[in-house]
Design a protein around this ligand. Structure first.
Ligand code: GRF
Length: 215
C-alpha cells in the first residue's frame, strides 16, 4: 500500500508540484494525501486545489498560540492518516514537541549543502563567501533547525556571474530531482532514522541519494 504523505507549504509550491508529478508513476511508494498551507491564498494551495488534491489552510495567525496551531495541524495529519510529512517551503518553525511526535516521519528540503548555510537566505550566504559549490539537502526534521540527519544531497556549481536568483533557480532544479527520490527511499524503508544524528541507509539505494547537477 502506498504511504500517505502530507506536504506543508507557505508559498509557490514548486517542490509540491515535483513531488506530485513523481507520485504519478505507478511504482512510486507514496501518494500526496493532503496539502496544508499556513498562508491563505498561497500559490501552491491554489494549484493543489485545482489539481484535485485534498487541501487545507491553517492560518497560524488565527490561533491564540503556536501550541494551538500545532494541535490543529496534528489533528489534520492524524485525521488524514498521514504516514510522512514533507515540509516544502513551510515557513513556520515547528516546536520540539511536535517534531518529537513525528520523529523520523517529517522531511525537509533546504537549498544548501547542510550543515553549510543553515537558516534564511542560504543561496546569498553561499555567494557572500565565494563558495564554488552549493546545492540542496533533504533531511529528517529534528529539534535543531536544519540540523536533522541528512537523507540526500545534490551539489551544483556556483558560477562567477551568479546572482542570488540564478543560483536559486539552479539549486531549485536539483531540489525537484532529489526530493521525490529521498521521500521514496524513506517510504520504502531504504532510509530511516533510529538513533543518533545519522540515518540508517541500505547500501543498495545509496547512489540514488546524491548527485551533481552541472546546469
Ligand atoms: C525551496 O527553495 C526550499 O528548499 C526552501 O523553500 C523553497 C520553497 O520553494 N525550503 P517552493 O515553494 O517549493 O517552490
Amino acid at each position: 500500500m502506498k504511504k500517505r504523505v502530507a506536504v506543508l507549504i507557505s508559498g509557490r509550491g514548486s517542490n509540491l508540484k515535483a513531488l506530485f508529478a513523481a507520485s504519478e508513476a505507478s511504482d512510486v511508494p507514496y501518494e500526496i494525501s493532503k496539502v496544508i498551507s499556513n498562508r491563505p491564498g498561497a500559490d501552491g494551495i491554489q494549484w493543489a486545489a485545482s489539481n484535485g488534491l485534498n487541501v487545507e489552510t491553517l492560518d497560524h495567525k488565527s490561533f491564540d498560540s503556536k501550541a494551538d496551531f500545532e494541535t490543529a495541524l496534528n489533528e489534520e495529519l492524524v485525521a488524514a492518516k498521514i504516514d510522512f510529512v514533507c515540509l516544502a517551503g513551510f515557513m513556520r518553525l515547528l516546536s520540539a514537541t511536535f517534531v518529537r511526535r513525528w520523529r523520523g516521519r517529517i522531511l525537509n528540503i533546504h537549498p544548501s549543502l547542510l550543515p553549510s548555510f543553515e537558516g534564511l537566505d542560504p543561496q546569498q550566504k553561499a555567494l557572500d563567501v565565494g563558495a564554488c559549490i552549493s546545492g540542496c539537502t533533504v533531511h529528517f526534521v529534528s529539534e535543531k533547525m536544519d540540523g536533522g540527519p541528512i537523507i540526500a544531497q545534490v551539489a551544483v556549481p556556483v558560477l562567477p556571474d551568479d546572482t542570488e536568483e540564478v543560483l536559486s533557480s539552479r539549486i531549485l532544479k536539483a531540489e525537484h530531482l532529489i526530493y521525490a527520490k529521498a521521500l521514496s527511499a524513506v517510504c520504502s524503508s531504504h532510509v530511516s532514522w533510529s538513533q543518533g544524528n545519522k540515518v540508517d541507509l541500505s547500501k543498495d539505494h545509496s547512489t540514488e541519494l546524491y548527485g551533481f547537477l552541472e546546469s
